[in-house]
Write a protein that binds this ligand. Sequence first.
Ligand code: FES
Length: 141
Amino acid sequence: MDRKDFLASIGLSAATFTLINCIGCSKSSDSPSGDTSGPTGIDFTLDLSLPANSALTSNGGYLVSNGVIVARTTAGNYVAVQRSCTHESYGLIYQGSASRFYCANHGATFSENGAVTNGPASRPLTTYRTQLTGTSLRIYS
Ligand code: FES
């Protein structure tokens, strides 16, 4: 029995099966958020002792929380910037080895302090302050 026969035997068409597979995948991390300015009024804390935040215990690691990329630079400092690109709001990633934030959509890059280092973006990223107390990392406007 091939895949088509199997799907037919359980009452699904291949198109239905494809639709089911795609439910929940329509909002990928690379989808534009529609926000090119970044969130305002930010104030949250990450517990670095939790496994969910373990990316921030290594230099070059990063995670996304509350619309913010929080990264630990290769020098061991914490930086936080808006997640969305200032060009067309696609999700940025942090590239620690290059000390930059990168947008795969059109190739814009930003320094660790949010300045544009390569277009087509023309506006810097909104940056947020960080404060480490023990294992609690506060990110705030
Ligand atoms: S959306 Fe980021 S460079 Fe265009």
